[in-house]
Design a protein around this ligand. Structure first.
Ligand code: PGA
Length: 238
């Protein structure tokens, strides 16, 4: 929940002018709903894609306050974050609802970025792998081979989001390779091709080390994406 329309406009104009094409590098920005239409216009002829931070699992109708996939498509959105830990924590987002939303997104032609990750208490009590396993299998339940084509997973340890504490590259890599194994159990072919992003206090000075790990394919950046220069440095580190 950062940025008025005017602030988003300023940020994206700097981003678009500073961004240079890179092979195999997809940049996506996911501003709040109110800024999406303006953002869509700014990004229209750029290489930066537009994403939303949430969508409704329902197509349309009496769901006050919700925003549908169709509404997102009309303003140029092509990606959507699903199951961010803040949604899970404050908005009762269960694995079942994450699964419903991911399916709704895929059916509409949107690419979901599905977030998973453990809290500090879960890590300290040795539950990380079990939790990730159930979040992945819950989120991807009933997915066909085709459903995997435009899907990304983001591993975001809850204790590292917005706290300045980052998982060490080795710690993150361990979970990323575990996630890839879990995807392989559902669909072997998809596991190689599914981008697995790391999120949680990614900054210009730690991005290169994180992104050089074999199973870290990208980053989901929060705070540092609010400063165009920092976000551009992270893209360049990739
Ligand atoms: P952060 O946020 O980069 O500020 O830790 C990550 C996120 O909100 O997903």
């Amino acid at each position: 929940m950062n940025g008025t329309i005017a602030e988003t406009q300023e940020l994206l104009n700097s981003l678009v002018s500073g961004h240079k094409h890179k092979d195999n590098c997809q940049v996506v920005v996911c501003p709040p709903f109110t800024s999406l239409e303006t953002a869509g216009k700014i990004l229209k002829d750029s290489e930066i894609a537009l994403g939303a931070q949430e969508l409704s699992e329902h197509k349309n109708g009496a769901y006050t306050g919700e925003v549908s996939a169709e509404m997102l498509l009309t303003v140029g959105v092509s990606f959507v974050i699903i199951g961010h830990s803040e949604r899970r924590q404050h908005h009762f987002e269960t694995d079942q609802r994450v699964n419903n939303r991911a399916k709704t997104a895929i059916e509409a032609g949107l690419s979901p970025i599905i977030c998973v990750g453990e809290t500090l208490a879960q890590r300290e009590s040795g539950e990380t792998q079990n939790l990730i396993k159930s979040q992945i299998s819950g989120a991807l339940q009933g997915f066909s081979v085709d459903d995997f084509k435009n899907l990304s997973i983001a591993y975001e340890p809850v204790w590292a989001i917005g706290t300045g504490k980052t998982a060490s590259p080795e710690m993150a890599e361990e979970v990323h390779s575990f996630i890839r194994e879990q995807i392989a159990e559902i669909n072997n072919e998809a596991s190689e091709n599914t981008p697995i992003l790391y999120g949680g206090s990614v900054k210009p000075d730690n991005a290169a080390k994180l992104l050089s790990q074999p199973n870290i394919d990208g980053a989901l950046v929060g705070g540092a994406s609010l400063v165009a220069d920092d976000f551009l440095k992270i893209i360049n580190a990739f």
